[in-house]
Ligand binder design. Structure first.
Ligand code: GLC
Length: 760
């Protein structure tokens, strides 16, 4: 509880309330976005996660007998004069009482009363189920090699953001504190959710809107959105700890092509380096990297190399020497470099809080990138340290932070974010106009602006297939759409059945990579024999078929922050059956998947929300709002398309470099539908200069006549595809088709589909 308000001031978008000890700053960013900061002195600066800019926004401040009232068009915040406790009312029915703020020497927190039937979502990379109510989490980036269980916490990434949701409305909180923070979602006291920290600012954003989608949009207004990835980054990726020597890498690539299994990227893990020295290649294992890259490129492969932050202590190693001479490494308070053990043995760690160090680190990538390395994989960047009690660097290490030194306690959670900034800078610098691809293990809110995130060292356990679904769903709700778990499981030995079930769900992960630990049973798509290879190939091809749809979902995310992989509750917030649903997912708003994550199971209950749904495999139509028992023999994962969906698809190719030819599939079941399709070159940064097309495709069915209209909403990429096939699934009964008003003759594909050709 705080003291009573003595005076208040309004300057620009800021309302400052002063009490005897502390000040409460309320900054209005938008009608539904306000920052509340409680500080002993002046307002706390925002962290690097925050990119939202101030704009002119109308708001009203009024003083009542017992409270101060601040209102925007969407919400009203009441601050009680006697203790600064708050109440918030939202225009669409939200009411939050008893918001209690605490700011003491070693405790800062905010507690909010939990509403009736409230669910909590978000919080980024956390294990457990979809709804986080009743659990408590810590945000402290941590390398966790132990098997991840429902209660394992913290993990590698910190997203101090959650959504409170019930049928009366929703809100979001982003706690802008990079120190170790906690989120108690009603565990210690079931009547309230409390977030806080021992150190750092009590500065949080309150986000309000009508729907959960508005909250995510608001959160990504604050922390930024993803740039469009290059299309190859959305293909299937193959990784292992580690593929070497060079001949094995080339053989791997050839095997994919020989077996006709699509694959876009191969990863080199730490064994490619000379004694784990970053930015080097082991000359014996990789005698001619350039030639290897050339041959891989000819086969349509991209190459991603791992780069860890630890720089080997070695007086003969140029990266170490430069870092030491220029004092680029993190030091203790006496200025002595911190040395900790990681893969290369004793190592020093670049101080990524400094812009000169980020620049230096970016420069170190020059040779790799100019040689033809296409993507960079940042790992161990929590940073993980093997020989300290905390498994990271001590919290009193110093980061110089461009002249405003801070301790590691403050910088720890954003160490990886800053490393990713440097890496993205390198990719943009040395591959001008090409879209960067970066994968990171550790992360903080805002990471979506720089990198994809994978969920670290999972295991070849059935439980980890199950765990991956809510984990990725919540990461998507937390602003990071580009996320995935190691398909097949990293540690431990995978089995044929587990691999099959994993690849079936894995092809729907926004980031789709098979990765495997050192010395474990091989898990390439052919490693488990013919049956598994056949099924894996079929599902990887399904991903390639869906690539245009997936790419368009990334565009949506780039525009408004929407996740690619979505929990059902995001699309059906009025349906209570979806509130806890963790084991089904939606890809965008039109495809629903229900993975199998238990051995021996060949049938499962699938809930289909309102509307009609079409079985992907059989074309059978189901009425929504019900549960069904759906057959799932080993070669099938239950998969449904929303009736009336228009889905851009492609013919599967062996890699995206082969080109993607888009056609639209119209699924039956409704009288009219429309879809907005985004098109660009999928590889360069030209879309940022407006070089793209937007089409609207409209479908209308009257009796036995179908009308298709395709119009250009925006057209600045004339090199795009000239015409599109439109395929009517279940279209055998269609007699007459009008395209932009002209009658055309459909082409019969088979007994279930007909197609036409449309030029917009
Ligand atoms: C870490 C990573 C894993 C990688 C290994 C070796 O355990 O999480 O993906 O393969 O280090 O680099």
């Amino acid at each position: 509880m705080l003291d009573k308000i003595e005076t208040y001031r309004v300057t620009g978008n800021m309302v400052a309330l002063e009490t005897k000890n502390v000040n409460v700053y309320i900054e209005i960013f938008d009608e539904g976005i306000i920052n509340i900061d409680v500080a002993f002195g002046s307002k706390d600066p925002y962290s690097q996660a925050v990119v939202i800019k101030n704009k002119d926004i109308a708001f009203d401040v009024s003083e009542k007998d017992d409270c101060m009232c601040i209102s925007t068009g969407l919400l009203r915040l009441k601050v009680h004069k006697d203790n600064c406790n708050m109440e918030i009312e939202g225009r669409y029915g939200l009411k939050l009482d008893d918001i209690e703020l605490t700011l003491e020497e070693s405790k800062r927190s905010c507690a909010i009363k939990i509403r009736e039937d409230e669910c909590f979502y978000g919080l980024g990379e956390k294990t457990g189920f979809l709804n986080k109510r009743g659990a408590k989490y810590t945000m402290w980036n941590t390398d966790c090699y132990e098997p991840h269980t429902e209660s394992t916490d913290p993990l590698y990434a910190s997203f101090p953001f959650f959504i409170g949701f019930n049928r009366y409305g929703c809100y979001g909180i982003y706690f802008d504190n990079t120190f170790r923070t906690y989120f108690d979602m009603g565990k210690s006291d079931s009547s309230k959710v409390e977030f806080g920290a021992e150190k750092g600012p009590l500065s949080f954003f309150f986000i309000y809107g009508q729907t959960m989608k508005d909250i995510i949009k608001g959160y990504t207004d604050i922390t930024g959105r993803i740039d469009l990835p290059p299309i190859w980054a959305l293909g299937y990726h193959q990784s292992k700890y580690s593929y070497y020597p060079q001949s094995e890498v080339e053989q791997l690539a050839k095997t994919f092509r020989e077996k006709g299994i699509p694959c876009d990227a191969i990863y080199l893990d730490i064994h490619y380096m000379d004694g784990y020295r970053v930015f080097t290649f082991d000359k014996e294992r990789f005698p001619d990297v350039k030639a290897m890259l050339k041959r891989l490129k000819e086969m349509g492969f991209k190459m991603v190399t791992i780069i860890d932050p630890g720089v080997k202590v070695d007086g003969n190693y140029s990266v170490f020497k430069e870092g030491l001479e220029n004092r680029y490494f993190v030091t203790d308070s006496n200025g002595l470099p911190f040395v900790g053990r990681v893969w290369p043995g004793p190592s020093c760690f670049p101080d990524f809080s400094r812009s000169d160090v980020r620049k230096w680190w970016a420069e170190k990538h020059r040779e790799f990138i100019e040689m033809g390395i296409d993507g960079i994989w940042n790992d161990m960047n929590e940073p993980a340290v093997m020989d300290t009690p905390s498994k990271t660097m001590p919290e009193d290490m110093i980061h110089l932070n461009d002249g405003q030194p801070i301790t590691h306690a403050q910088f720890h959670n954003v160490y990886a974010l800053n490393m990713a900034m440097a890496t993205k800078d390198a990719m943009l610098r040395f591959r001008p106009n090409q879209r960067p691809f970066i994968l990171t293990r550790a992360a903080f809110s805002g990471i979506q602006r720089y990198a994809a995130v994978w969920t670290g060292d999972n295991r070849s356990h059935w439980d980890h297939v199950k765990l991956s679904i809510p984990m990725l769903l919540n990461m998507g709700l937390s602003g990071e759409p580009f996320c995935g778990a190691d398909i097949g499981g990293f540690e431990d030995d995978c089995s044929e059945e587990l691999f099959i079930r994993w690849i079936q769900v894995g092809v729907f992960y926004p980031f789709c990579r098979n990765h495997n630990a050192l010395g474990k049973r091989e898990q390439e798509p052919w490693a488990f024999g013919e049956r598994a290879q056949k099924i894996a190939t079929q599902f990887i091809k399904l991903r390639y078929k869906l690539l245009p749809y997936i790419y368009n979902l990334f565009y949506e995310s780039h525009k408004n922050g929407m996740p690619v992989l979505r929990p059902l509750v995001l699309e059906y917030p009025g349906d209570e059956k979806t509130y806890f649903m963790f084991d089904e997912f939606m890809l965008g708003d039109s495809i629903l998947g229900a993975p199998i994550y238990e051995p021996g199971k060949t049938i499962r209950a699938v809930y289909l929300p309102e509307g009609n749904w079409i079985d992907w495999w059989t074309g059978k139509e189901y009425e929504g709002g019900k549960y069904y028992l759906v057959e799932a023999p080993l070669d099938k994962m239950p998969l449904f398309v929303k009736a009336g969906a228009i889905i851009p698809m492609a013919e599967p190719v062996s890699c995206t470099a082969d080109g993607i030819k888009v056609k639209f599939h119209v699924f039956p079941g409704v009288a009219q539908a429309e879809y907005v399709y985004y098109e660009d070159d999928m590889i360069t940064e030209n879309y940022k200069n407006g070089k793209y097309n937007l089409y609207r495709i409209k479908y209308r069915k009257d009796m036995d006549t179908v009308k298709i209209e395709m119009e250009k909403l925006y057209y600045e990429y004339p090199e795009g595809q000239k015409g599109f096939r439109v395929v009517f699934e279940g279209g055998e009964g269609i007699e007459k088709i009008l395209v932009n008003g002209q009658q055309v003759n459909p082409h019969v594909i088979d007994e279930t589909a007909v197609a036409i050709y449309v030029e917009p």
